[in-house]
Write a protein that binds this ligand. Structure first.
Ligand SMILES: C[S@@+](CC[C@H](N)C(=O)[O-])C[C@H]1O[C@@H](n2cnc3c(N)ncnc32)[C@H](O)[C@@H]1O
Length: 337
């Protein structure tokens, strides 16, 4: 059917949909449609939004018109009032991760699987264990195992109960794919299953990326993901501790996607030259946001490297007054001869 809608770029669509939802002007009974890089969003009326003009576009109506929680309650036969029906979940391929710690009944789980079309359901116990960042998940429906999650045109094979995948980091993953890295040699020191290595290799014109991962399970998913995304020859997976096994070369760009990135700063600097950009992930309390990076600059200077601040980005809130930050620093000089 024809309805007023706007056409936006797929990379901006998530932000725009969120904004339009908060303004309550999206028609939720019609499906948002994607065609290549363009996303068509159905609106309640013709309106002007941030320079986007509405036009008459073709949309399909949604099969499920009620909010999923309502449909789940209805078909599970649960009476309103008591049943535990989660209202927050994350979908990874055909698995669903529920954030609510209370376990829903068998009939509610069955209804969730039916309404949302998933094969397995986990409860995220919220703890992420150790340096290898293994999530603590309880399987409550279906069988555990590997799923294929698609994001930004990349396929990530993973087992949600064994390796982490944070949907909240999606902007950082997309941003990496948009970097100007023509001909660059890149090092990903905490590659995981390829969160950053895959978008870097797929969407930039880098020459090669060395992807180091210490956890053998994540490493085998990383290798598989390189294959299923046909990035062999561009991504070189390496198993081991990045401080020991990263190639001793001078890289143009070094990604350090782990909150304990500081512990590997000297290993990264050893592999840098003037012009190298370091991307560090850190947990930072709100009151230190303006200054924390200066300590890193001082530490690097003691190690013989002059660093310049480029920019910092808030990836997501990590708790009260605590932020997951992504920090870009450039090596401007090495004091070693
Ligand atoms: C937090 S995960 C990556 C998360 C990712 N940046 C994201 O946005 O979702 C960090 C990865 O670093 C790996 N790791 C931890 N210490 C390491 C080390 N010393 N050398 C190489 N990999 C390491 C962990 O096993 C894990 O897979």
């Amino acid at each position: 059917m024809k309805n007023p809608g706007i056409v936006v770029n797929k990379y901006q669509s998530e932000r725009i949909v969120r904004k339009l939802l908060s303004m309550d002007i999206i028609r939720k009974d019609l499906k948002i449609r994607q065609d290549g890089d363009l996303v068509m969003i159905p609106l309640k009326q013709h309106t002007e939004f941030q320079g986007y003009r509405t036009m008459e576009l073709e949309f399909e109506s949604r099969a499920i018109q009620k909010p999923p929680a309502e449909t789940i309650r209805k078909i599970s036969g649960a009476r309103s009032g008591k049943p535990v029906i989660p209202d927050r979940w994350i979908r990874l391929g055909d698995a669903l991760i529920i954030k609510d710690s209370r376990k829903p009944s068998r009939s509610v789980l069955q209804s969730i699987a039916q309404v949302l079309g998933v094969n397995s359901i986990y409860i995220d116990r919220g703890r992420i264990q150790g340096n290898i960042r293994r999530p603590e998940m309880e399987i409550v429906y279906g069988a555990p195992g590997t799923v294929i999650h698609q994001e930004n045109g990349i396929r990530y094979s993973m087992d949600p109960s064994r390796v982490m995948f944070s949907p909240g980091n999606v902007n950082e993953r997309i941003l990496h794919g948009k970097m100007a890295l023509d001909g660059a040699t890149v090092l990903d020191m905490f590659a995981g299953i390829g969160y950053f290595s895959l978008p870097l290799a797929k969407y930039t014109h880098l020459s090669k990326i060395y992807a180091v991962e210490i956890n053998p399970e994540s490493y085998s998913f990383l290798k598989r993901n390189v294959e299923i995304n046909r990035l062999q020859g561009r991504v070189m997976p390496i198993l081991g501790d990045c401080r020991d096994v990263s190639p001793l070369m001078r890289f143009d760009y070094i990604v350090m996607g782990h909150f304990r990135s500081l512990e590997s700063l000297s290993a990264a600097l050893m592999r840098s030259r003037p012009g190298t950009v370091l991307n560090m992930h850190l947990l930072v309390p709100t009151h230190e946001l303006a200054v924390y990076w200066q300590d890193i600059v001082v530490l690097a200077r003691r190690l013989g490297y002059i660093l310049d601040f480029i920019e910092q980005r808030k990836v997501k809130s990590y708790g009260p007054h605590l932020w997951h930050m992504s920090l870009d620093l450039a090596v401007s000089r090495c004091l070693w001869p």
